[in-house]
Ligand binder design. Structure first.
Ligand code: G1P
Ligand code: ZN
Length: 545
């Protein structure tokens, strides 16, 4: 068994996006494509030499083959200790938990999150640093720069594949490896945060029914271990809990569009009291009540407002944070608690140093991502358990919980309209058009809305002093309503325009309208300001959440 050095040449498209390097499976299967990117990680992250690493993925097509390559490259690049999830499975939040618990130098997660899988689908590689969080921009940029200059990679020659399906350990060259249970460390952390006894008695009572949908993706084994084995939820509380390489043909994204099966149950006759789903790699969540959808922006605000009911958060919250396009519902909770609410660019990595500095306890994004300082990733099952713990303590329904929140804080009506797979030139043209016109908008009035402020969001990181610019055009109206335009950084085909629309109604206002209706005037203003229909050729969004 020896280390071999294989000559290679750069690919020029390995710059990571909002969340790692994400490409079509076929692109990753090209000779040297995966190897180049992995070698660029080892070349730029020197602490991995003689260091420790955890690897795993969401179980999608090419996960197992890619893991065997990465394991052989880790051994060849001097990694001393490597942990790998059994069957190649590790959710994104579990990787974060494991890095932190065992003080590892980093982790590699194989996932394209909620993007479809299978031979025709997407694949992805994310690198997480020693704090357990997604690599910050300087790190992903350093990896990219290495990838542009790469001329060789290192891999162990002629070694047998590790048996990923059996727990066990061994050595490869100088590296010690161990196949670990993907669930146990994560479960132990959840047990420290939540009142499992209380949740268990609620789940076992005949007056409460839940359904959790893993969408044939990574959270299946976690949900079986937590809900069935540990909390003894009745059979029928879980669906689609076996991770499949193509997610059973699903787009494993927990929203009203893609989680159809769950939505039909929750909006059908005799629906359960609580419904939830998670995405491909387990970091997203959707929360539903009986015939009731909780917007992610409301969800994170409600968790923060009720955190005093939860054992792990009873001692109080240091601060809150949300991504810029997320609604300001969380800001109102922060005001009431007398703590700060930070506003960061889209992408979980921006929460990392706020969490590391102890400034933030709970944070979230409108894109179905919520989490806390317990790890450095968003965490789908954590949000589900948090909700279940609140409901078990208060005895209220999901709808009552949300409506009483609005009655106390007012309501931020919210929707996101996505125009997927549009022509990149048209998308960039639209953003350029907005960039050239927003400075003249303040002072203008459109129907009942007067523009108060308009800008291209830029973020000054309070800790490392870095500035991240061009994070979305914000048009802010008097009274707290907003329209935000930005382009997705995670797509693999064409461009995706995201339009975020928010209207604030204070607690004395009209709180119980249907969201698209309440937002209709602002939706029309968004089209008028950006010329969406004309410039994209689309007369309606492809996804509305
Ligand atoms: C999307 C979401 C963003 C999230 C990211 C990774 O990024 O909008 O909030 O952090 O996926 O899950 P986008 O495609 O908008 O760049
Ligand atoms: Zn995800």
């Amino acid at each position: 068994m020896e280390v071999i050095t294989v000559p290679t040449a750069p690919f020029h498209d390995q710059r990571p996006g909002t969340s790692g390097l994400r490409k079509k499976v076929q692109q990753f299967q090209q000779p040297n494509y995966l190897e180049n990117f992995i070698q660029s990680i080892f070349d730029s992250q020197r602490e991995l030499q003689d260091g420790s690493l955890v690897v795993g993925g969401d179980g999608r097509f090419y996960n197992r083959q890619a893991l065997q390559i990465i394991i052989r490259m880790a051994a060849a690049n001097g990694v001393k200790k490597l942990l790998v999830g059994q069957s190649g499975i590790l959710s994104t939040p579990a990787v974060s938990c494991i890095i932190r618990k065992y003080r590892l130098n980093g982790g590699i997660i194989l996932s394209a999150s909620h993007n479809p899988g299978g031979p025709e689908g997407d694949f992805g590689v994310k690198f997480n640093a020693g704090n357990g969080g997604p690599a910050p921009a300087q790190v992903t940029e350093a990896i990219y720069q290495e990838s542009l200059n790469i001329s060789r990679y290192r891999i162990m020659d002629a070694v047998d594949d590790i048996d990923l399906d059996r727990l066990g350990n061994g050595t490869m060259g100088n590296m010690q490896w161990e196949v670990i249970d993907p669930v146990s460390d994560y479960l132990e952390l959840m047990e420290r945060l939540f009142d499992f006894d209380r949740i268990a008695s609620q789940l076992q009572s005949s007056r409460f029914r839940m359904i959790y949908d893993a969408m044939n993706a990574v959270t299946g084994p976690y949900a079986v271990a937590i809900f069935n084995r540990r909390l003894r939820a009745p059979t029928g509380s879980l669906q689609d809990c076996t991770p499949l390489e193509d997610f059973g043909g699903l787009h494993p994204d927990p929203n009203l569009e893609y989680a159809q099966k769950l939505v039909n149950i929750m909006f059908g006759d005799r629906s359960p009291d609580f419904g939830a789903a998670s995405d491909g790699d387990g970091d997203r969540n959707m929360i539903l009540g009986r015939r009731f959808f909780v917007t992610p922006s409301d969800s994170v605000a409600i968790l923060a407002a009720n955190a005093h009911l939860i054992p792990g958060y009873r001692q109080g919250l240091a601060g809150l944070a949300r991504s810029m396009p997320t609604s300001a519902a969380l800001d109102r909770v922060a005001d009431k608690l007398g703590i700060s609410c930070y506003e960061t660019p889209t992408g979980w990595k921006f929460f990392g140093d706020l969490l590391d500095a102890g400034k933030v306890s709970i944070c979230g994004e409108e894109s179905f991502g919520t989490s806390s300082s317990h790890i450095r990733e968003k965490d789908g099952l954590w949000a589900v358990l948090f909700w279940l713990n609140i409901l078990a303590v208060t005895g209220k329904s999901v709808q009552e919980t949300v409506e009483s929140h609005w009655k106390e804080f007012g309501r931020n009506y919210y929707t996101r309209h996505d125009y997927e797979g549009i022509d990149p030139d048209a998308a960039h043209g639209l953003m350029e058009y907005l960039r050239s016109t927003f400075p003249s908008l303040p002072g203008n009035r459109y129907g009942s809305y007067a523009v108060e402020q308009a800008d291209d969001f830029s973020y000054l990181d309070p800790f490392d002093g870095s500035v991240t610019e061009h994070q979305g055009i914000r048009i802010i109206f008097a009274g707290g309503s907003r329209i935000v335009f930005r382009l997705s950084g995670t797509g693999t085909q064409g461009a995706t325009l995201r339009v975020y629309i928010e209207k604030y109604e204070d607690k004395t206002g009209s709180l119980f309208e249907e969201a698209q209706q309440a937002l209709a005037e602002l939706i029309a203003i968004a089209d008028r300001l950006a010329g969406i229909r004309g410039k994209t050729g689309r007369d309606r969004p492809s996804v509305i959440t």
